[in-house]
Design a protein around this ligand. Sequence first.
Ligand code: NAD
Length: 357
Amino acid sequence: MALNIAVLPGDGIGPEIIKQALRVLEVLQKEGLEMTFIEAPLGGQAYDQYGHPYPEFTQKICRAADAVLLGAVGGPQYDNLDRPLRPERGLLGIRKDLGLFANLRPAVLYPELANASTLKPEVVAGLDIMIVRELTGDVYFGQPRGMRTNENGEREGFNTMVYSESEVRRIAHVAFGIAMKRGKKLCSVDKANVLETTEFWKEIVIDVAKEYPEVELSHMYVDNAAMQLIRNPKQFDVMVTGNIFGDILSDEASMLTGSIGMLASASLNETKKGLYEPSHGSAPDIAGKNLANPIATILSAAMMLRYTFDNEAAAQRIENAVKKVLAAGYRTGDIFEAGMKRVSCSEMGDQIVAAMS
Ligand code: NAD
């Protein structure tokens, strides 16, 4: 059966980078991998066409699709819109609509780009971590929350950190499943020495581990994890954690690589339907100039083949083509170094398409 993919180019550099990702997927399509692509607007582009950042037209297409490939949304021309109409609300809308609860953020540093990191090359060269962050619970959504005046007449702010057993179980299963497809090592990050919510988290993760005897499970306090990511990041394979810790650690890990144009991401729901997008934004400063690095989007397409479509071979074809092109010295402006061959967004696409065969 053909893989049904919704394509949302979005704003800024979105259309440019999505175009290159589609060219790469079309190589596989021509070879016989059946895929259908249906394009729809999201973010500012959708506001311009339909007066809403996640219009019904797009909702229908995304709900019917097996996976969604997204460029990026946002731009200065939309900054003064009412909050519910801003492009970023389109993103929140689609995440909620599709029930996406597992955020997968790889931090991969190809040896050829080791100089792009602010850390010493020997600490980060060859880094390959996957951070699995729970997206729908934790202190970000727990009730009650708010601001109030307490019994002493003093104003205070408060939030509630809470995770239900089913929420922890489903994210743990995602993380163990990913560890099984990778190095079979999973580190669960908590603050079990202080926070009951995360003590509970740890307990459930240990229970789920019984179903994955091949995976080596470890636990780490979040403060230590933040340090270890800088001290010796290559000790990690897959990390799993709650919403707030994951928010911070996934940004920290992505910066180990030093190049925002290289970072893919995925968000999955319970049926493995996924939203695949680069971690960066719409880069309005370089939009329309054919300067953007399309690799994060191309690697997001590879994640789509791996995690929604279970096609490891096709995912690796794309990843190996990217490696080959980097090894051959091709660089967009964001990852350029003296002595390398500077290419545009579309030329990077040309090289990766050529390296696929
Ligand atoms: P940004 O990620 O768009 O850009 C930050 C810097 O990185 C810029 O200098 C940009 O040119 C550069 N950059 C980003 N992606 C690049 C690529 N692929 N190749 C080369 N250089 C790249 O972040 P920002 O400037 O803070 O935000 C710009 C807009 O994007 C805002 O409207 C913001 O709300 C939106 N945004 C959207 C998403 C998303 O769609 N998921 C995420 C973050 C920000």
